[in-house]
Design a protein around this ligand. Structure first.
Ligand code: GAL
Length: 451
């Protein structure tokens, strides 16, 4: 499918369907050490771990701290109604707790005011992975004090911005940052093993629900959500072993965080790892505390995962069969592109009866974009959005819980351990000059959203 045979537009969705574009503070803001900002785990990890592919760091990123007005104008110009961003915890609380940095507070007031003035509804994420480094030195997400530290941060945000911001997301993809940062050591803070992973998972589940309660207490008429990374999990063959492997992967990837949030506790289904998690954290005592009645669940999807049994992989006895091996369509990072799976995973989340509403709070693709004579002709990204929005449209007609879709992301940015080479933006960024060029996919969105 190409842009020329586009079959749908925003007009084919209901009037109140929410169209947004998503970003996060650490990936775009830069200005890492100005106006009193404290360091985050990612500032330190990027410089010390040797794990960022292009050896880059977050010091300047997209310089959004200085360029937010122009960048918001672009988001507005493309026709989006919502701008999703996150608050850098260490910009407003440089040490994580205690002294408040007024310059940081002011920055987010300015950003929010600018959004409102342009008619962009702000959707604010409270935690998008950039923990204040001072708190990491005290154990970070493995410390049970994190619930207290996080609560204070959330209270501060709600009191400062709650009059102007009504739409909140507590945590971005708990599974991603606990698994990558506290189990596998490939994201900040670079910790490994179950001794880090289990407490991080438990404390995150607790903090997520507590964050929801705090927002509900402080902000009048709040619309409160949190976001989960989700992937359809497919067994490689119909063998019993592959199906069992897929089931374990599904528990870890899709169910681990949403189920405690919905009051179901951690999933189990005979998976010994989950017994161990329950046992070490005594999670059954905290079923109520890990639960919060979120107004919406943010579904974030990038790829499906195909899984087969493997006796050499410890604990889960499952391994991914890579898209390259299966010769299926892939994005620039080798992630499978599959719009049917996108449709299926949203349906799966919608099937939980106490999920009230769903917003796709991130979806998008990275390609090896080239700028030629000032034009970025990213037809693959256009095709990606075209097929995924067609699937979304089908779902929209069938699933009343589905309320909105946010494209990831406005600008090419710091893509975590991939550095700056993995470009996901609708806008191409030259990281030397900071020049912005709207990609053809950005113009495609403008046409799609046109009333
Ligand atoms: C998500 C994450 C985003 C972004 C995206 C693309 O998991 O929330 O920050 O990096 O993946 O990889």
């Amino acid at each position: 499918m190409t842009s020329s045979n586009k079959i749908i537009s925003a007009k084919d969705f209901s009037e109140d369907f929410i169209w947004g574009v998503a970003t996060s503070a650490p990936q775009i803001e830069g200005a890492y050490n100005v106006d009193g900002r404290g360091l985050s785990t990612w500032d330190v990890f990027a410089k010390r771990s040797g794990k960022i592919k292009d050896k880059s760091n977050l010091n300047h990123a997209c310089n959004f701290y200085y360029r937010y007005k122009d960048d918001l104008l672009i988001a507005k110009g493309l026709g989006f109604k919502v701008f999703r961003f996150s608050i850098s915890w260490s910009r407003i609380l440089p040490d994580g707790t205690g002294k408040v940095n007024q310059a940081g507070i002011k920055f987010y007031h300015n950003l929010i005011d600018e959004c409102l003035q342009l008619g962009l509804t702000p959707y604010v994420t409270l935690f998008h992975w950039d923990l204040p480094y001072t708190l990491q030195k005290e154990g970070g997400w493995t410390s049970h004090f994190i619930v207290k530290w996080f609560s204070k941060f959330v209270k501060l945000c709600c009191k400062e911005y709650g009059n102007k911001v009504k739409n909140w997301m507590v945590i971005n993809e708990p599974m991603s940052f606990t698994a990558l940062g506290y189990m596998l050591g490939i994201h900040a803070p670079g910790k490994k093993g179950l001794n880090n992973f289990f407490p991080a998972v438990f404390n995150t589940a607790m903090a997520q629900a507590e964050g929801g309660r705090i927002i509900r207490d402080i902000v009048d008429n709040a619309n409160i959500g949190t976001t989960f990374s989700c992937s359809e999990i497919k067994p490689y063959t119909n063998s019993e072993l592959d199906i069992a492997a897929a089931n374990k992967m599904d528990i870890l990837i899709n169910r681990l965080f949403i189920e405690p949030t919905l009051g179901l506790g951690f999933p189990n289904d005979g998976f010994a790892l989950m017994d161990k998690l329950n046992f070490t954290t005594k999670a059954w005592r905290y079923i109520e505390k890990m639960q919060f009645d979120f107004d919406f669940i943010g579904v974030q999807n990038y790829f499906p995962i195909t899984v087969k049994h493997s006796s050499i992989i410890p604990i889960i006895n499952a391994m991914e069969v890579k898209p390259s091996k299966r010769k299926v369509p892939q994005n620039g990072l080798g992630w499978e592109i599959n719009a049917d799976s996108f449709y299926n995973i949203i349906r799966k989340i919608a099937a939980y009866h106490n999920v009230k509403n769903i917003i796709v709070t991130e979806n998008g693709a990275c390609f090896n974009d080239k700028i030629v004579n000032g034009v970025v002709n990213d037809t693959e990204r256009i095709n990606y959005f075209n097929t995924h929005l067609t699937a979304l449209h089908k779902l929209h007609k069938e699933e009343p819980k589905l309320k909105g879709y946010f494209a990831w992301t406005l600008l090419d940015n710091f893509e975590w351990s991939e550095g700056y080479k993995a470009r996901f933006g609708l806008v191409y960024v030259d990281f030397i000059t900071q020049l912005r060029t709207i990609k053809q996919s950005g113009y495609w969105w403008r046409d799609f959203l046109k009333k």
